[in-house]
Design a protein around this ligand. Structure first.
Ligand code: NDP
Length: 485
C-alpha cells in the first residue's frame, strides 16, 4: 500500500466527517494499479445523517430566489475553474483516461455545467396560460432532497451535470459517486466548502452501491433520484424508487450505431468514427461501437479506419500525446476482453488489437490495458454487436440500403445515441429520425449543446436531462388558476 494514500471523508452538513462504520475501500489508479486513496464504505447511518442535513437545509435554500441561487452556482464555477488543472490530473489518475481528454472535456465541462445552469436558472420563466375569465400561473417548486448517483467514466462531468440544476432549482442534494472514482467528488466538496455554500445544501457520501446507494434511493425523505449508470442497476434503482413514488431520471447504458454512407467525406468521417468508437477507451455511454458501412465503400473504409486505429497512441495517461489510456479496473478489463473471445466463438475475426497494447512501459505493468480492437465478420444480431461492451472494441458491418441500416441500428435493446455520416443532409436527417434513440448526430459525434434534451429510450433510460429538461426534472410544477371578471 502506498504510504501517502489519503483517506477521504464524507461531506455532510458543511463539514468533512468520518463514516459511522470503520470499514474502508481502496481506490487504485487504473494505469498502474497503485493505491491512491481510501474511502469510507459508508452505510445507512451515514446516509441518514446526510439526508437529515439536506432536509434541514431545504426550507431556507428553497426560499432563495433564482437569482440568489444562480450567484452560488457562479461562485462554485469560479472556484472550480481555479482548480481546473487539479481536476484534470485527479480525473486522469483516478480513471486512467488521457490527461488531454481530462483537461479538454472533464475539467472544462465540470466548470461549464455550473456556469450554464446558473444562466439557465437566472433566465428561467414560468408559463402563464390565459383563459377568458382566469389566468393560470405555473409555479415551479423545488422537489425536495435529491439523490444523485453517478458512474466512474466521467466522474465530475456527470456529477456537476446533476448538482448544478438540482441546487439551482432549490433542492438540496446527497451525492453518491462511484466507489471507483471518488477523487474529484471530494475536490468538489472542498471547493463547495471554500465557497461557503449554506451547510447541508450539498452532501457527499462515499461507498458502494449496495451499502450507500441502495439506502439512499430507498430513504423516505429522498423525493427525487437522478441516476446515471448501467441498465441492470437502473432497474434496481427504479424498482426501489417506484415503491416510494419518487421522481426518477435514469440515464443508462447504450449500444450505439455509427452509420457511414458511401457519399460521406472520408477525410472527416474516419477521424470522427475513430473518436466515436474509442474516446475514453470506449467507456462513454454514447460511443459508437457498431459501425455500419455502405457495402460499396466497405473495403476502402475498413482499410483507412484500421490504419487510423492502429496509429492511436496508447499508454501513459499523463503524457499529453496519449490518445488512449487504461480501463477502469481489472474486472472491467477482463469483462471487456471476454467479448474478444466471444466474438471469435461467434464467427468474427479480430482485425486489429485483441490483447494488451505493445510497448507499455514497465511502470504500467499492473495497469488495466487493452489495445483498441476491431472485429469484422460478425452477424448484426450477435451478442458482441448488440450488447454493451463499454470498452475499446468496435464491430464492423456492411449494409446495402438506408432501411437496412436503420433496421440494424434498431436491432438492440438499447436506444441512447447514434451518428450518421453522409454528404446528403436530407438523408442524414431522414435516417437519424428512423433510429429509435434519444440522440443522433449527423457528420459529428458528441457535439454537445447543453440546452438540448439528453437521454435514451428502451433500455437506455427514462426521462431527459439537459437545459430546461433538467430544470423541469429538478422541480415540481404546480398550477394556480386565478379567476377574474
Ligand atoms: P453501475 O450501474 O455499476 O453504477 C453506477 C452507480 O450506481 C455507482 O455509483 C454505483 O455504486 C451505484 N449503484 C450500484 N448499485 C446500486 C444500487 N442498488 N442502488 C443505488 N446505487 C447503486 O454503472 P458503472 O459505474 O459501471 O458505469 C457504467 C455504466 O454507466 C455503463 O452501462 C454506461 O453506459 C452507463 N452510463 C450511462 C450514461 C448515460 O448518460 N446514459 C453516461 C455514463 C455512463 P458503486 O459502483 O460504487 O458500487
Amino acid at each position: 500500500m502506498s504510504e501517502d494514500a489519503p483517506e477521504l471523508l464524507n461531506f455532510i452538513d458543511g463539514d468533512f466527517h468520518p463514516s459511522a462504520c470503520d470499514h474502508w475501500l481502496d481506490d487504485h489508479a487504473p494505469a498502474t494499479g497503485r493505491l491512491i486513496a481510501r474511502i469510507p464504505c459508508s452505510d445507512s447511518t451515514d446516509i441518514d445523517a446526510a439526508v437529515a442535513a439536506a432536509n434541514s437545509a431545504l426550507p431556507e435554500w428553497a426560499a432563495l430566489t433564482h437569482e440568489e441561487r444562480a450567484v452560488w452556482l457562479d461562485r462554485i464555477a469560479d472556484a472550480l475553474e481555479e482548480r481546473a488543472e487539479d481536476i484534470a490530473e485527479l480525473e486522469s489518475l483516478d480513471t486512467g483516461k488521457p490527461i488531454s481528454l481530462a483537461r479538454d472535456v472533464d475539467a472544462k465541462r465540470s466548470v461549464s455545467n455550473f456556469r450554464f445552469f446558473a444562466e439557465q436558472v437566472r433566465e428561467f420563466t414560468a408559463e402563464t396560460f390565459e383563459m377568458r375569465n382566469a389566468t393560470n400561473h405555473v409555479v415551479y417548486k423545488p422537489g425536495g432532497v435529491a439523490a444523485l448517483i453517478t458512474p466512474w467514466n466521467l466522474p465530475l462531468y456527470l456529477l456537476s451535470w446533476k448538482v448544478a440544476p438540482a441546487i439551482g432549482m432549490g433542492n438540496t442534494v446527497v451525492c453518491k459517486p462511484s466507489e471507483l472514482t471518488p477523487l474529484t467528488a471530494n475536490l468538489l466538496a472542498e471547493v463547495i466548502a471554500e465557497t461557503g455554500l449554506p451547510d447541508g445544501v450539498f452532501n457527499l457520501v462515499h461507498g458502494t452501491g449496495e451499502h450507500a446507494g441502495a439506502p439512499l434511493v430507498a430513504h423516505d425523505d429522498v423525493r427525487l433520484i437522478s441516476f446515471t449508470g448501467g441498465t441492470a442497476t437502473g432497474a434496481t434503482v427504479g424498482a426501489s424508487a417506484a415503491a416510494g413514488f419518487k421522481k426518477l431520471s435514469l440515464e443508462l447504458g447504450g449500444k450505439n450505431s455509427t452509420i457511414v454512407f458511401a457519399d460521406a467525406d472520408m477525410e472527416s468521417t474516419i477521424p470522427g468514427v475513430v473518436r466515436a468508437g474509442f474516446l475514453n477507451q470506449g467507456q462513454v455511454c454514447l460511443c459508437g461501437s457498431r459501425i455500419l458501412v455502405e457495402r460499396s465503400i466497405y473495403d476502402d473504409f475498413r482499410e483507412q479506419f484500421l490504419n487510423a486505429v492502429e496509429n492511436m497512441a496508447v499508454g501513459d495517461p499523463s503524457d499529453p500525446d496519449t490518445e488512449l489510456g487504461a480501463l477502469i479496473s481489472p474486472e472491467h478489463r477482463d469483462k471487456v476482453a471476454g467479448y474478444i473471445e466471444l466474438a471469435q466463438e461467434e464467427g468474427g475475426t479480430v482485425v486489429c488489437g485483441g490483447g494488451a497494447p505493445e510497448g507499455i512501459p514497465e511502470e504500467f505493468a499492473d495497469g488495466n490495458w487493452l489495445a483498441p480492437t476491431v472485429i469484422d465478420g460478425l452477424s448484426t444480431d450477435s451478442r458482441c454487436s448488440t450488447e454493451e461492451i463499454f470498452g475499446p472494441i468496435v464491430t464492423l458491418h456492411p449494409f446495402d440500403t438506408e432501411q437496412e441500416a436503420i433496421d440494424i441500428a434498431n436491432g438492440t435493446r438499447y436506444g441512447l445515441a447514434g451518428s450518421v455520416w453522409t454528404s446528403d443532409l436530407d438523408k442524414g436527417q431522414r435516417v437519424a429520425e428512423g433510429i429509435d434513440t434519444g440522440m443522433v448526430w449527423v457528420n459529428c459525434w458528441l457535439h454537445r449543446d447543453l440546452r438540448v434534451p439528453f437521454g435514451g429510450v428502451k433500455d437506455s433510460g427514462v426521462g431527459r436531462e439537459g437545459g430546461r429538461w433538467s430544470l423541469g426534472f429538478f422541480s415540481e410544477a404546480m398550477n394556480v388558476c386565478v379567476k377574474h371578471d
